[in-house]
Structure formats: C-alpha cells, structure tokens
Design a protein around this ligand. Structure first.
Ligand SMILES: [Zn+2]
Length: 199
C-alpha cells in the first residue's frame, strides 16, 4: 500500500513545493540540488518518480526526499506527504492525478516519437523512389512539395535518432503545430499532397 502510494505521489510537485525550481528536459526535470550548494543544475527527477543529484550523489524516492531534506523519521515523512494508514489527503490525491497526467503525456510523446520516425522514413523512401523512377513532367508541380520536404524529413529523422529529449520535445511541439495548420488549410479548401494521412 505504502509502496504504491509513494510511487503515485508526484515527486516533481513535492520537490517544487520545497522551493526547488525545476525545468522540464524531455521526460525528466532538473534544477539546483537542495542537498548541496551549486550554480549549475545537476539535480534530476526522473520519469520513474526517483531523484538523483549528479553533483553530490544524493538519490532516492519521494519519502527519502522529505526525510533527508527535513530530517524526518519515516513515519513523519509519511505524515508530511499525507500518507497515513492508507488515508489520502486531497493534496496527495491532487498530486497523484498530476503524476498520472504527466505519465500519460510522456507515453503520448514516446508513442508519437516512434510513429513519426516510421512515418517520415516511409515518406522519405517513397519520395526517393519517385525520383529514381522518374515522374511525368506535367506532374512535377504536384510532387514539388515532396521534393521540398526531403531535407526537412532528413533533419527531423536526425533529431529523432540522435537528438536529446529536449530537441525531440521541441520537434514534437513544432510538428503538432504544423499538423494543426495543415488541417485548417485543408478545411479551407487548400490542396495538400499526402501519401497517407496518419502521424
Ligand atoms: Zn546534490
């Protein structure tokens, strides 16, 4: 019960409410370590609800965090987090909801990452094939968009394969924004060439 509860209590919220400012880097969060003095952030909160500082080596779960930070006993740490005899306070409930939502967003992002990589690789390959096969002169305009997109897809694929989580996140936001614009353009009657409509 406690193991389940502590896994569900959102560590990011607990760390932030202790006064540590966290910045999201892909699926992780990082900030200045509250356990040692530093100028560059080396304190990380990971997707699995654990933290680790690469500066001083401090690490653990949400109970370890409040125990060490506030010098509390295990029992008092549970009380501090609102976990007592399986009772969940509204604050903890909120924290659990936030954690679930965050996990959901990370899952969505990872899912997109995989799908988009396959999608653009496929488009890239099919467009290259078109170039090899040769297309009728009168259809050139129709395919111009694809040829124009080749280096863009190459760039995107490079980010997906070699980029950091932060770069991938930016790409995710950019692609989603573009997708929205494409949708609006399509609704406004503008022609949009696509091999397929997924991703
Ligand atoms: Zn540290």
């Amino acid at each position: 019960m406690i193991a389940e509860l502590k896994q569900n209590v959102d560590l990011v919220s607990v760390v932030e409410s202790s006064g540590v400012e966290l910045v999201q880097r892909g699926a992780r969060h990082c900030g200045l370590c509250p356990f040692h003095s530093e100028k560059t952030a080396s304190f990380f909160v990971f997707e699995d609800n654990h933290y680790k500082c690469f500066g001083c080596g401090e690490h653990g779960d949400v109970i370890d965090f409040v125990q060490k930070l506030y010098g509390l006993s295990f029992k008092d740490a549970l009380k501090h987090l609102g976990i007592g005899q399986g009772r969940i306070t509204p604050k903890v409930k909120q924290s659990i909801e936030r954690r679930k939502r965050r996990a959901e967003l990370v899952r969505e992002f990872r899912d997109w990452e995989q799908r988009y990589c396959i999608y653009i690789s496929d488009l890239w390959f099919q467009t290259k094939q078109l170039m090899i096969d040769g297309i009728p002169h009168e259809d050139l305009e129709l395919y111009a968009f694809l040829f124009h997109m080749l280096p863009v897809w190459e760039y995107h694929r490079d980010i997906l394969i070699n980029g950091t989580d932060e770069e991938k996140c930016l790409l995710y936001q950019e692609v989603r924004k573009e997708k929205k614009v494409c949708k609006e353009e399509a609704q406004n009657g503008r022609k949009q060439f696509q091999f397929r409509t997924t991703a």
